[in-house]
Design a protein around this ligand. Structure first.
Ligand code: AMP
Ligand code: MG
Length: 391
């Protein structure tokens, strides 16, 4: 049995990021930039007004001013102007170079085309002006290779002059649920059966990642049937669910052997999820996750999601561990890293208390896993613990 950290490191070091493609900005959402994105323009390109009002040259002339023209967003004033005059200006409009500040319209008294200050405060040089380049200059690196394309970074790339970016192609994932007892969710369930809840759970867990998931459905506990399904999947990652232990009906390992798979690890010092296995069939990564719902959740969070992120070119593929203050007590742990269902709020976390790996109600009530490394001493209220926030 290997440690959780070693298993994660081994899995991820076996993954080569997928080929690079160029795609429209929106298609890049949630993927990782495969190259630095530099600005091809300066933003703003010129000094712009941040308010509706009047542009003046307050340093050289105290007013009153004659209004000589108007500049609106998209319609700059191209006529003559000088420091003794003012230009009517609107938010986002170019400020003619002669002017150094904007007076908001509420602070202006206007008689015909002559304006003067009505507000008490003296204008300040540069007020209400968005300076050219105050966001970024042409040539600035806006997004670094490996950064995730978030909504804000998509906006930044667009503002920087780009309609498309380089990312890794989407990851193809196949889910394969094994078990004679499984039925499709929503279908009639006899007492000797259970709904295959892991398949929709996993698909939901991957929904925010750039992965195209094919659900290969429910495969009977039969070595040939499982091996056939594994061979037929043309994907980057095959995820088998269930059948990963050593019981007579746990046939994923024999099926992988039948496919000529090389197994990298099987059994990890973690709880829940110990029987997780990883290997390769040809070039395809195979991740065998245990069938117990909470084990499937935890191993998907700690192995499957990071694997997809690594295929996608992420620089930090593992889920973030943060600290929280514990409310309540937790006993010492055994040799395996424990993942306890918890609820975190305002920096405090408490254990939900339903820790059987088959209990979905406890998992569904939790929004975090409390991570307790192997051989940890007991902890009490007020102690700091590490958590992974998952909802
Ligand atoms: P296994 O890993 O096949 O030994 O399964 C462990 C437990 O998880 C058993 O109680 C199975 O019935 C259950 N299980 C296996 N696959 C699924 C699934 N796809 N959805 C929900 N429960 C499952
Ligand atoms: Mg089974």
């Amino acid at each position: 049995m290997i440690s959780l950290e070693e298993a994660q490191a081994r899995l991820l070091s076996n993954i080569v990021a997928l080929p690079i493609e160029t795609c429209p900005l929106l298609d890049a959402n949630g993927r990782w930039a495969a190259a630095n994105v530099s600005a091809v323009r300066t933003q703003p390109a010129r000094n712009l007004s941040a308010m509706d009002g009047y542009a003046i040259a307050h340093v050289s002339f105290p007013g009153p001013w004659q209004v000589c023209g108007e500049s609106a967003a998209g319609s700059p004033w191209n006529g003559a102007c000088d420091s003794k005059k003012a230009v009517r200006i609107f938010t986002g409009a170019i400020i003619p170079d002669e002017y150094d500040c904007v007076i908001i319209q509420e602070d202006i008294r206007k008689t015909e085309d002559i304006i003067s200050l009505s507000g008490a405060a003296a204008p300040k040089c540069g007020q209400h002006i968005r300076r050219a380049g105050s966001d970024f200059n042409a040539g600035t690196i806006l997004i670094k290779s490996g950064d995730r394309m978030t909504a804000a970074r998509i906006a930044l790339a667009a503002m920087g002059g780009h309609g498309q970016v380089s990312v890794r192609r989407r990851v193809r994932v196949a889910l394969l649920s094994t078990g004679n007892e499984l039925v499709k969710p929503g279908e009639p369930v006899a007492d000797h059966q259970i709904p295959s809840s892991n398949a929709p759970m996993l698909e939901a867990m991957l929904a925010d990642l750039p992965a195209d998931v094919v659900d290969l459905g429910i495969i009977a506990d039969d070595v040939d049937a499982i091996a056939h399904a594994i061979r037929s999947a043309d994907v980057d990652i095959i995820v088998t669910i269930g059948g990963a232990s050593v019981g007579d009906h746990d046939l994923v390992k024999p099926a992988l052997d039948a496919c000529g798979a090389t197994l990298d690890f099987w059994k990890v010092a973690m709880r829940p999820g110990k029987p997780v296995m990883a290997g390769k069939v040809g070039k395809t990564l195979v991740l065998g996750i245990p069938g117990n719902p909470v084990s499937a959740f935890v191993t998907s969070l700690l192995f499957l999601r990071p694997a997809i992120c690594t295929f996608g070119g992420a620089t930090n593929p593992l889920p973030a561990r943060v600290t929280a203050i514990l409310d309540g007590t937790l006993p010492s742990t055994g040799p395996r890293t424990d993942h306890i269902r918890g609820y975190v709020q305002n920096g405090h976390v408490k254990a939900i208390g339903m820790d059987d790996s088959a209990i979905l109600v406890g998992l569904a009530q939790s929004n975090a896993l409390i991570v307790r490394p192997g051989n940890s001493a007991p902890v009490k209220s007020g102690d700091t613990v590490e958590i992974i926030v998952h909802a």
